[in-house]
Design a protein around this ligand. Structure first.
Ligand code: NAD
Ligand code: 6OD
Length: 484
């Protein structure tokens, strides 16, 4: 049985108070996680502070960058270990984790190492009132000890998406992985030691949210800023914790994203794109599409094609050939998703496909499986259309005009992402201008360039990370004015 220990000051720390880690594809316990209490969280924050003031804080940026490259190389060298750990924790298809999660785990260190190495700072020469001159320039200093609170859907990818830039900018971190997925954050501790990262730069504390490691970390006064990915309601709680001491937050939160398909779209590509955006990672992607709007002339044909495409997805254990759909993360999340499936039926939805839990056999019999599901016919006021479900499901509704598509897409508290399918350039750019989101994909979905700004509008987040935008959060700009 694996034991997942906390990683504090370069050492693995047991607490003796453990909880189970389960494989969602089988429902079986695969590990014991050592929950950090307030004392361990405090030790991690103190270690991070010492590293900030010590070797790490004094390290020249070129050396820091070399270490981050070494971390990426070591993740790649141990690719199979990371892959096995991520797949066991999430149950997601191996093909998905090996193409997306693990490579991005390594890339998140390299990309931000390169950015930090090359980032310019401003300087101005100015005339002074006494007829002389002054030189003003900016210094970028680290924010300090950063608390990193992570979700379970893309554990390594989303954690390193924060840890990579935080370390590149010279900060130290205390990471609180999701209680559902402790493995890859722990493994990264081994990587840090292997490459000679100074102790205390990267720390991991395991546990839950309220009254556990999450709350202890976000309330700790030694944490200078908090970067969080997770549900909007959790973000509200963390924001309240961060208010004490007026500490900055960077939030990537929930979504209820619209996919909009115009009648002039490349039909097959739109069907394939919406299939991916609704069902990839079993719908557990914040950027996923749970609301699909299709222009009326192609509505019936589109719904039929989407149904056929969803029904072709093979559900199964991660290593089975051709598997495109894994389980949900937990029994609790499955209950939540199935409650929306029930609600849709009770509210009179037409269930185009799916709508329940499949009967799985063998090793998969006790996994947290649900059928990919498509509905039509619900009113826009339905909870199924308004609330984030985070499962493999979408509702499809017709629209007639560009104006109507914009109004439907924007009729939500969220503003994370949208995906628009059209061959008309003017329609595409108009939609990009008018839909209130942080990310707008045209004829694509989840196509990423890590130099670009990533984040959500409205209740989907605060701030942007990615490229130089990450520097806005992970550094403080200090202005220096020198009278010459
Ligand atoms: P969650 O909010 O339940 O948990 C996220 C993390 O917060 C976990 O580590 C949890 O232990 C911790 N936590 C919970 N309550 C806390 C508290 N009071 N104080 C401190 N920490 C606390 O989210 P989840 O279920 O793990 O992930 C799914 C959610 O994440 C979805 O809403 C999804 O949209 C969102 N998400 C957003 C993005 C994005 O980029 N916008 C990316 C991935 C996931
Ligand atoms: O690609 C990324 O950098 C990113 N933050 C993806 C988020 C996916 C949400 O589930």
């Amino acid at each position: 049985m694996n034991e997942f220990l906390n990683f504090i000051d370069g050492r693995f720390v047991a607490t003796g108070k453990t909880f189970d880690d389960r494989n969602p594809a089988t429902g079986r316990v695969i590990g014991l996680v050592h929950e950090a209490g307030a004392a361990e969280v405090d030790a991690a924050v103190q270690a991070a502070r010492r590293a900030l003031k010590g070797d790490w804080g004094r390290m020249p940026v070129v050396k820091r960058v070399e270490l981050l490259y070494a971390v990426a190389d070591e993740i790649n060298r141990r690719f199979d270990d990371f892959l096995a750990a991520e797949v066991a924790d999430t149950g997601k298809p191996r093909s998905l984790a090996s193409h997306v999660d693990i490579p991005r785990g390594a890339a998140n260190f390299k990309v931000f190492a390169d950015i930090v190495k090359n980032v310019p700072t401003e300087s101005f020469e100015m005339a002074t009132p006494d007829g002389g001159t002054a030189l003003s320039y900016a210094l970028r200093t680290p924010l300090g000890v950063v608390g990193v609170v992570c979700p379970w859907n893309l554990p390594l990818l989303l954690m390193t998406w924060k840890v990579g830039p935080a370390l590149a900018c010279g900060n130290t971190v205390v990471v609180k992985p999701s209680e559902e997925t402790p493995a890859t954050a722990t493994l990264l501790g081994e990587v840090m030691n292997a490459v000679g990262m100074p102790p205390g730069v990267y720390n991991v504390v395991h546990g839950f949210g309220p009254n556990s490691a999450g709350e202890f970390l976000t309330r700790h006064p030694g944490v200078n800023g908090i970067t969080f990915t997770g549900e909007t309601r959790t973000g509200e709680a963390i924001m309240a914790a961060a208010a004490k001491g007026v500490r900055p937050v960077s939030f990537e939160l929930g979504g209820k994203n619209a996919g909009i398909v115009f009648a002039d779209a490349d039909f097959d590509k739109a069907v394939a794109g919406i299939t991916r955006s609704a069902f990839e990672n079993c719908g557990q992607v914040c950027l996923g599409t749970e609301r699909v709007y299709v222009q009326r002339p192609i509505f019936d044909r589109f719904v039929a094609a989407l149904k056929a495409s969803a029904e072709k997805l093979k559900m199964g254990l991660p290593h089975e050939p051709g598997v495109g759909l894994g389980p949900l993360i937990s029994a609790e999340h499955r209950r939540k998703v199935l409650s929306y499936y029930d609600r849709a039926r009770a509210e009179g939805a037409t269930v185009v496909t799916g709508g329940g839990a499949p009967a799985m056999t063998g090793e998969a019999a006790d996994g947290y499986w649900v059928q990919p599901t498509i509905w039509t016919g619900l009113p826009e006021t339905s909870a199924v259309i308004r609330e984030e479900i985070f499962g493999p499901c979408c509702h499809v509704a017709p629209f007639d005009t560009v104006e109507e598509a914009v109004a439907l897409a924007n009729d939500t508290e969220y503003g994370l992402a949208t995906t628009v399918w059209t061959q008309n350039l003017s329609t595409a750019h108009r939609m990009a201008r008018e839909i209130e989101v942080g990310l707008c994909w045209i004829n694509s979905w989840f196509l990423r360039d890590l130099r670009t700004a990533f984040g959500g509008a409205k209740a989907s987040g605060i701030g942007r990370e990615g490229g130089v935008h990450s520097l806005e959060f992970y550094t403080e700009l200090r202005n220096v004015m020198v009278k010459l």
